[in-house]
Design a protein around this ligand. Structure first.
Ligand code: CDT
Length: 305
């Protein structure tokens, strides 16, 4: 019997249409929680912006409409049912949402909620892709820089049960720094959600590689930092924008051990052995024995001998 095993689920969502009420969206999330409970899951990870359509994909002209996408109080009247269901099922979860902070600043945020429905960790997205200004002639927008500030909480690590968890959000997964900073903080498990278009208007040559690059980023992050990485999509065609699925649970070996097969609501569950992190960190990726930060510098001119 392994000493540190957790059962975890990636709760992929299909598209959330603009016409969906919050109650309808919450019902989908709660259904996935209930399915996960039947599978013995202890931690469910939902995608980025799991409560709303991914509104940075278009220009929202109406002030009231725009501000309806952000949640200020979590749990609030619109989200309490999710927290109640999770407490009832004794299930921890990670939830991505558009946050209006206490001081009214706007962030793309994820929270870790423990099995008693307490928010025990908060992360605000640091790597915001896209633009501040509307891109004319683009088939869809990516206005994250317009709608969110860069996260101001750094990459924190939170102890939970037998492990330490770090959060990241979507574009963060493409940056080596995300995983390395979290690993240096002691994270053994990184949970992240994403909304990733199946095409990149300004880099069409990468369109055939979108699924590959999604998995490549997470597998490399997991392997090079000896950590588990749970990546969860909001998939399918949402308000005309086609998004990839491929939600995946990635091991410290760099292998994908479980992956979504659809572009809809789908639960991907597996047991993860946290001692695998320890074994890899004792050997090939022992930071204390083999990492050489004192030698890491850029050299732009040849060094004179
Ligand atoms: N939501 C988000 O961060 N999406 C970006 C789109 C960038 S296109 C390469 C992502 O990295 O998936």
């Amino acid at each position: 019997m392994r000493s540190r095993t957790l059962t975890v689920s990636a709760a992929q969502l299909g598209p959330i249409p603009l016409s969906a009420t919050r109650a309808e969206t919450l019902a989908r999330l709660i259904k996935l929680l209930e399915e996960a409970a039947l599978e013995g899951t202890q931690l469910v990870v939902f995608p980025e912006a799991a409560l709303t359509p991914f509104f940075p994909h278009w220009l929202v002209r109406d002030h009231d409409e725009l501000h309806s996408y952000y949640d200020k109080n979590l749990p609030g009247t619109d989200t309490q049912a999710l927290f109640d269901a999770a407490r009832e099922l004794q299930m921890a979860f990670v939830l991505g949402y558009a946050e209006r902070a206490e001081d009214n600043r706007l962030f793309n945020t994820a929270v870790l909620v423990d099995e008693n429905a307490n928010i025990i960790h908060r992360y605000r997205k640091i790597h915001l892709p896209g633009f501040d200004a509307v891109q004319k002639d683009a088939p869809f927008q990516n206005l994250e820089k317009r709608y969110f500030e860069v996260g101001n909480l750094g990459f924190g690590v939170q102890s939970w049960r037998k492990t330490k968890i770090g959060l990241a959000i979507c574009n963060d997964r493409r940056w080596a720094e995300t995983y390395r900073v979290l690993a240096l903080g002691g994270a053994e498990l990184v949970c992240l959600g994403y909304n990733t278009p199946a095409s990149t208007p300004h880099l069409p040559e990468s369109d055939r590689l979108v699924d590959f690059q999604n998995h490549l980023s997470m597998q490399a992050g997991a392997y090079q930092n000896s950590m588990w990485v749970i990546g969860v999509a909001k998939a399918g065609t949402e308000e005309g924008v086609s998004q990839i699925g491929g939600s995946a649970i990635n091991a410290p070996s760099g292998e994908i051990v479980a992956v979504a097969r659809t572009l809809g609501d789908e639960l991907v569950t597996t047991d993860i052995d946290l001692d695998m992190v320890t074994r890899y960190r004792r050997d090939v990726f022992s930071f204390s024995q083999h990492r050489r930060p004192e030698h890491y510098r850029s050299i732009t001119e040849p060094v004179a001998r």
